[in-house]
Design a binder for this molecule. Structure first.
Ligand SMILES: Cc1ncc(COP(=O)(O)O)c(C=O)c1O
Length: 428
């Protein structure tokens, strides 16, 4: 199978194994729907990125974008591996603290950041990456400190890339970052406030692949030029440039693996030839957690309606990517993985919504090996933007999460209960 990876996802005797453990056994032990993460795979992904830079003696600071998956155990795993954190809300910052990250390893990059957010962030002492001139002006009123800050800029039209138009974060109709024509204002306001601009940041979008690497690398050029411009404006050297996140993973057989070496070499060569002497930072989320997570669900209804429908015990409240972005997620029939006799099904969730399906849209059926009621299905590549975007819509509780660590598995989040869901209402 195109998605098999030794030691992570394997097929033996027609059965699916995750990190050497039977998918069915995991489903039986912990119940479904169940997110299963493989620690080994998370570390492999992190190390692959790190090593690609080290090959060129280029140190890189990897800020894990915890929005992709903020389970404490995932965070602890990456903390121990030496990761930094990209946090996008005050409570993400505090979650990173609880996972043991020191403030020196956390950078906050927010959007539509309120004064309340800023007050809370100032209390934490984490590094602030600034998204708007307004933020600089308001920060100045909220603190007497001469802060070190960085600027998130928007490299402009044609610089964005992403798996969906809503995940492209550079360009004109985009809320993120400070556009080129406002950079001087930002520098001026920072000067007035007594803040030191020590870094520059770009993030062009999420989930881009090999064909987007040239676009990314041309944004790297622009960002390096902008870094020089800021150095001239401030009269000070920048200590880091952050090229953001976004490297994608193949969700389908036809998508290619992300060219990690081409990406790292491209950044390295551009930095080297520019003469800029700044630490390089990146902020991957999906690349690290994406393929390390699998969502296990159970088929409860297999029936010929107008079309053959397989109903499962999860919905877009559990994994929103297909419904929200029309994204393809590979579905594996865990007890009958490589049967060549296939049938086309609509794999549908348990929410009262017509669009609650696990295919790209409800008119697309998926050819799968025969599915029986009680069968376990694995939705692959669910480790990033899976649980972290889950909700309790239809009063369906958040699923449990399990981490496989070598020969053992452990629960890292228990399944939610009705009491959990109602706590904030019943305690008022
Ligand atoms: C500022 C920032 N950095 C990093 C990321 C991580 O993106 P990805 O998970 O695609 O690497 C995002 C996500 O959109 C982001 O907004």
């Amino acid at each position: 199978m195109w998605w098999e990876k030794e030691g992570h996802l394997e097929v033996k005797d027609n059965l699916l194994y995750i990190g050497g453990m039977s998918a069915r056994a995991l489903a039986e032990k912990y119940g479904t729907p169940l997110y299963v993460y493989n620690k080994k795979r998370i570390l492999e992904n992190f190390n692959e990125l790190n090593n690609a830079f080290l090959k060129h003696n280029q140190n890189v600071r990897i800020h894990y974008a915890m929005k992709a998956n903020s389970n404490l155990e995932v965070l602890r795993t990456l903390k121990d591996a030496g990761a930094y954190i990209d946090a996008v809300s005050p409570l993400e910052v505090e979650t990173a603290f609880r996972a043991g990250f020191p403030k020196e390893r956390i950078m906050f990059t927010g959007t539509s950041v309120s004064n309340d957010d800023l007050i809370r962030l100032l209390e934490t002492g984490v590094f602030l990456n600034i998204d708007s001139v307004s933020q600089i002006k308001r920060l100045q009123k909220l603190t007497d400190k001469k802060l070190d800050i960085s600027i998130r800029w928007n490299p402009g039209e044609g610089s964005g890339a992403g798996h969906h138009s809503n995940t492209i974060t550079a360009g004109k109709y985009v809320k993120f970052g400070i556009p080129e024509h406002k950079l001087e204002d930002a520098v001026l306001e920072a000067k007035k406030a007594g803040f030191n601009i020590v870094g520059l940041h770009q993030h062009i979008g999420s989930g881009w692949l090999k064909e987007d690497v040239p676009t990314f690398l041309s944004s790297v050029d622009k960002t390096i030029d902008t870094a020089k411009r800021i150095e001239t404006l401030t009269g000070q050297k920048l200590s880091f440039i952050d090229f953001g996140g976004g490297p994608g993973i193949p969700y389908t057989e036809t998508q290619k693996l992300f060219p990690v070496d081409e990406y790292a070499k491209g950044i390295y060569e551009k930095i080297k030839s520019s003469g800029v002497d700044a630490v390089v930072a990146i902020e991957p989320g999906r690349f690290i957690a994406g393929d390390a997570g699998i969502l296990l669900v159970e088929a409860n209804t297999v029936e010929e309606k107008n079309i053959p429908v397989v109903g499962v015990n999860a919905g877009f409240n559990t994994i929103v990517r297909p419904a929200m972005y029309g994204s393809y997620q590979e579905i594996v029939v865990c007890d009958n993985v490589d049967s060549t006799s296939k049938k086309e099904y609509l794999v549908a969730g348990n929410l009262c919504e017509t669009g609650d399906v696990f295919t790209e849209n409800r008119k697309v059926l998926r050819a799968l090996p025969q599915i029986c009621e009680g069968g376990i299905l694995a939705i692959l590549d669910a480790g990033a933007y899976g649980f972290s975007m889950a909700s309790t819509y239809n009063s369906r509780p958040l699923p449990a999460e399990v981490m496989i660590d070598g020969a053992t598995s452990k629960i890292i989040r228990r399944r939610q209960t009705l009491d959990d869901i109602l706590r904030e209402q019943e305690s008022v």
